[in-house]
Design a protein around this ligand. Structure first.
Ligand SMILES: Nc1ncnc2c1ncn2[C@@H]1O[C@H](COP(=O)(O)OP(=O)(O)OP(=O)(O)O)[C@@H](O)[C@H]1O
Ligand SMILES: [Mg+2]
Length: 181
């Protein structure tokens, strides 16, 4: 996997597969502590403690289409290559949270990639699910919450082309401001 946004897409898809209707994604860049932190939380069906213990094994999957489940183990590998740690907590019936932290300046740290495009892809492809996206660089932060957008657009679906255009503009402008300050 070339970049972190693709790992995020993969983990968010796990939450979608687990029946979540709310997924929170947060990406935090901290320059003084030289950390990059990613957190993905879903309210899907969760995992039992026994299953959770084995979930980072590439041969553990509940997929019916193939025998390997690589999403989590590949993300863990990327994190570890950048002097990082990944931690997953889960509660059956409540949901799952993944936390990953890496050394931001590490030479092997994957680039963030197209975070705005990843969020857009998730929102467009899963219009019935709500997403909360938080992105921060030091003390500057940006947040996109599809629940707030839904309140404004009322019966128009979240993946209506004009709504998607609006979300895209908001993501691009908002994230640019954070990175330019
Ligand atoms: N958020 C989650 N909620 C519930 N179960 C999960 C969650 N994330 C992972 N799992 C379980 O762990 C298994 C392994 O996940 P992983 O992402 O490593 O592989 P996969 O999703 O099965 O396949 P791949 O990611 O390669 O497409 C999944 O098949 C699923 O059973
Ligand atoms: Mg997966």
């Amino acid at each position: 996997m070339e970049d972190i946004s693709l790992h995020i897409l993969d983990v968010a898809e796990n939450g979608i597969m687990a029946g979540a209707d709310l997924i929170r994604i947060s990406v935090e860049e901290n320059s003084s502590g030289d950390r990059l932190t990613v957190a993905i939380e879903d309210n899907g069906r969760g995992m039992s403690p026994e299953f959770l213990k084995s979930v980072l094994d590439p041969f553990v999957t509940t997929r019916k289409t193939r025998k390997v489940g690589l999403g989590l183990s590949l993300f863990q590998q990327s994190v570890q290559e950048a002097e990082g740690e990944m931690n997953i907590t889960s509660k059956p019936g409540v949901g799952t949270t993944l936390n990953a932290t890496m050394k931001r300046s590490h030479i092997d740290r994957k680039p963030l990639g197209d975070l705005a495009g990843t969020m857009l892809c998730l929102i467009e492809g899963n219009a019935d699910i709500d997403f909360v996206f938080d992105y921060s660089v030091d003390d500057r932060s940006y947040c996109l919450d599809t629940r707030e957008i839904r309140c404004v657009i009322e019966d128009i679906p979240l993946n209506h082309p004009s709504v998607i255009r609006l979300i895209r503009d908001n993501l691009i402008t908002g994230m640019k401001e954070i990175n330019q300050a």
